[in-house]
Ligand binder design. Structure first.
Ligand code: B16
Ligand code: MG
Length: 214
């Protein structure tokens, strides 16, 4: 194993709770409700795809210009919240695993759908761990397309089979497998069937475990 590629939301931090608040506010302002179950379906999905799903649930049609305005409105509310994030919001085990990988010369990359990834990494204090950042700003195809992980591997000069991906969303697990990488699911095994194995959180992962599974 030469490199570890981390998804962001649901793996290193829980930003889904902030996405939920912002999408709910948008749905309510358009006159319909939005539930936590629906928010689950937006995990790992890009902002524009999320908005299209949301409008579908509300049976609302909007022009492309209006969609851009709505996505910007939602993102402004979301940014107000993530701008207040602190290192205490890192999910259990994140910092410890990043430190151990860094100390042992394993390359670390981000493979996230979020265009706000740099701000989140900065606010939670983990930017310095990353050798490469691939996010929603750098790819044209969303997960489950493997582009995000293949680009991350290329930037850290690793072959796909030398990479381990950490993912919490089904679309992301599929993207990692399509990239030809080992994928560790973060969450429940029954939700992430394509993962090579699944853990509840990064607190259950260390370098020794990664080497035995490799
Ligand atoms: P943004 P990940 C994803 O992050 C989120 O899970 C998903 O809910 C969000 O819509 C997407 O990022 C885009 O985020 O609006 O900030 O560009 O899990 O790929 O790190
Ligand atoms: Mg995720």
């Amino acid at each position: 194993m030469k490199a570890c590629i981390f998804d962001l939301d649901g793996v290193l931090v829980d930003t889904a709770k902030y996405h939920f608040i912002a999408w709910k506010k948008l749905a309510n302002s358009l006159g319909f409700s939005f539930t936590e179950i629906q928010n689950e379906e937006l995990k790992g999905i890009s902002r524009v795809d999320s908005l299209n799903k949301l409008l579908g649930w509300g049976n609302i049609e909007k022009s492309d210009t209006e969609k851009l305005e709505l996505a910007t409105l939602k993102n402004d509310w979301y940014i107000d919240m993530i701008a207040e994030m602190t290192p205490e919001e890192l999910l259990p085990g994140s910092k410890e695993l990043l430190s151990e990988l860094k100390e042992n010369g394993i390359k670390i990359a981000l493979g996230s759908a979020s265009k706000n990834a740099p701000l989140i990494l900065e606010k939670t204090g983990i930017s310095p761990y990353f050798d490469a950042i691939v996010d929603g700003n750098s790819v044209s195809k969303s997960k489950p397309d493997p582009e995000v992980f293949l680009l991350a591997a290329k930037l850290v000069e690793a072959d796909p089979q030398e990479c381990i991906v950490f993912e919490d969303a089904q679309a992301g697990v599929e993207a990692g497998k399509r990239a030809g990488m080992k994928v560790i699911g973060i969450g429940k095994a029954e939700d992430l069937r394509q993962a090579d194995f699944t853990v509840g959180s990064l607190a259950a992962v260390n370098l020794a475990l990664l080497q035995t599974k490799n």
